[in-house]
Design a protein around this ligand. Structure first.
Ligand SMILES: Cc1ncc(COP(=O)(O)O)c(C=O)c1O
Length: 370
């Protein structure tokens, strides 16, 4: 089986995890949490990082820190994983769904302004499949309407965006960015997440709320002035994160090179639209994601079946969230591109361990259909 995206565990993971086991520091305290936060913020060139138990919790935390209230509205794409939306509802706020761009699959910034009302409090760009939203244009809108920007960078660790003639990492451009270390992500801790910010105030609040809102001034640690959360990442998982982070540049090099091989081998096939990269974006190539157009000999879904029959795991793009029963009541704009992409897009195997021969095999099967 050629899997879609599995972890690469070939560094110091065993060593650091063994250290936790040997020393009994397996739980919520220990040196690896601090080290992971510090190394992660250094890697991203952002002031602060707060580790969380998963990416969904990091978003939940972000919304609490920014004091998003019931009935507030947050503009978010419908073409994303469900976890980008659920925490908005957990805090009683309302997602407002915006369409995406056909070339980049991410939030269409030109369609945001028409959805803004006096209830809008934040915009949540999701950097889907390693791509990056046009953050320069988005920040202009956020400034004009005084809105927070929370970046979902769970699928874009390592992606870079050029702003003011400088390359910066996706997730560090808005007020808060968040990441996931789920098993299929670029680096993994089994399960885990990270909230990042340049604001000292946001970091303090995030740290406090994620650790049961213990009153810092109270030496006993037993007094809680507000309702907090147990969103801490255990030390043993942070240890894995530190080891994974040590290999990130190598992982990125392989992912980008594999994406290049796919594009070279798939180039020119009628009915396949290759992923594009804007000149302001350096995609981390988390998942290689072309479109299987109507004029390809078989449908996208049929192609997934054929690949599966050949022991190759692939995945359709996300289903439009605004059409799912629990989310149908929320406002949305024109969703033409979202609908189109959700029926045409496919994620092809993209693990760090993927070999050139695997890519040749996958493309060979696709070419046989033509
Ligand atoms: C776009 C997106 N947002 C949010 C999440 C949530 O992350 P987690 O699974 O770590 O909670 C994920 C990953 O699973 C994701 O792909």
């Amino acid at each position: 089986m050629i899997p879609l995206s599995v972890p690469e565990i070939s560094g110091n993971e065993w060593k650091y995890i063994k250290d936790c086991l040997d020393t009994n520091w397996v739980s919520s305290a220990g040196k690896y949490v601090d080290t992971f936060e510090q190394k992660f913020s250094e890697y991203l060139n952002v002031n602060h990082a707060v580790a969380t138990v998963n990416g969904t919790a990091a978003l939940h935390l972000a919304l609490k820190v920014l004091e998003i209230q019931p009935e507030d509205e947050i503009i978010v794409p419908s073409m994303t994983f469900i976890a980008s939306v659920n925490p908005i509802i957990y805090v009683g706020a309302k997602p407002v769904f915006v369409d995406v761009c056909r070339d980049s699959y991410v939030m269409d910034v030109n369609k945001i302004e028409q959805l803004i009302t006096e209830k809008t409090k934040a915009i949540m760009p999701v950097h889907l499949y390693g791509n990056c939203v046009d953050m320069e244009a988005l920040l202009n809108i956020a400034q004009k309407y005084n809105l927070y920007v929370i970046e979902d960078a769970t699928e874009a660790l390592g992606t870079e965006y050029k702003i003011n003639n400088k390359w910066v990492k996706a997730g560090t451009i808005g007020d808060i960015g968040y990441f996931s270390f789920n098993g299929n992500k670029l680096i993994t801790t089994g399960g885990g997440g990270m909230l990042v910010t340049n604001s000292e105030k946001i970091k303090q609040k995030a740290k406090q709320l994620s650790t049961q809102a213990k009153l810092i001034k109270d030496n006993s640690g037993m007094y809680h002035e507000e309702i907090g959360y147990n969103f801490r990442l255990p030390n043993i998982l942070a240890a894995m994160g530190v080891a994974q982070l040590e290999q990130i540049e190598e992982f990125l090099k392989i992912k980008r090179s594999n994406a290049k091989h796919y594009s070279e081998l798939l180039n020119g096939i009628k009915g396949i639209t290759l992923p594009k990269e804007d000149k302001k974006v350096r995609n981390c190539s988390w998942l290689y994601s072309p479109l299987i157009e109507e004029d390809f000999p078989v449908s996208r879904d049929k192609l997934i079946q054929i690949l599966k029959y050949n022991n190759i795991q692939s995945r359709p793009f996300f289903s439009p969230i605004h059409l799912m029963q629990p989310y149908q009541a929320y406002r949305h704009g024109d969703m033409k591109v979202t609908l189109e992409l959700s029926s045409l897009g496919i994620n092809l195997p993209s693990s760090v361990g993927l070999k050139y021969e695997d890519i040749q095999k996958i493309v060979g099967i696709i070419k046989e259909i033509c």
